[in-house]
Write a protein that binds this ligand. Sequence first.
Ligand code: PEP
Ligand code: MG
Length: 328
Amino acid sequence: AADADVHVRSGPVETADGVGIEVAANVGTAADLEPAVDRGADGIGLFRTEFLFLDRESPPDEQEQFEAYVEALESFDHSRVVVRTLDIGGDKPVPYLDLPEEENPFLGERGIRRSLGPDADLFETQVRALLRAAGSADGTRLSVMLPLVATLEELHDARDQFDSVAADLADEGIVHEMPEFGIMIETPAAAFMADRFAPHVDFFSIGTNDLAQYVMAAERGNERVSDLGDYRQPAVLQAIDATVSAADGHDCWVGMCGEMAGDPDLTELLVGLGLDELSMSAVTVPHVKEAVTKTDTAAAEALAAHVLAADTKAEVTARLTTGDTPAQ
Ligand code: PEP
Ligand code: MG
């Protein structure tokens, strides 16, 4: 459909039978905030903070980061802002950080691995800025999440770092608050262990770009394997389903912030799988909101069961089209 045809809904949306689904935007810099508001995003589901570190000669200091996080909170008055801690390495180089030469950077030192290792100082500065932003007048809605978590130790070590920075700020008499705390599910390890992670976090956000890459062993962005590294592959859908099921019964909401979340043809499936929040590039927000309003959760759950039973991507795709939906 032509973009102009899509109605922008600025308030929260519900399925046809009244289940609220949060539709949020992915942002990288301050320039992304206004378009996200204009397209009717309910909040920010992924603030990729590495963009604050790109195209410059040195990292942003604590105050600059604090101001960037507060600006995001102020753009979204009453809604949640999920800030992801620095996710560099892999395909995301930063010149002044002197990243190692690795044969397989996607399997190397990236995301939380760097924050708990060589970038520990940068991480501490970022955590200080985040705790201060969470303690600002608007900060109660700030959430923080960690990228590329694969082990419980990483979660606990990062959490310890947050606690120790909070203690420092308290000693210094600086206003701060502990934000809502979550992890991205983008490694198979995290999906397999989601039931162990769930008691320790407030939320999961499924990063389907990396999750598909790692589940399928098919490099993201490599066209030679793009059919394999597709989020419609049954193995990827199983990993998503396992993650949502693992959170069930815990006080842990589940969102999705990979590209899959912004595909309106998959909204019904994602509602049926049980996602609470979907976050995407601002441009697709109206399309996904529209798709949510047209979804009936009972039908969506039936569709999800039908799609999860598919053996191949071709079958998944067939079951997602109107020609082959389950009898209702
Ligand atoms: C993802 O991996 O799906 C994700 C949202 O993170 P990024 O694309 O920034 O790696
Ligand atoms: Mg990722």
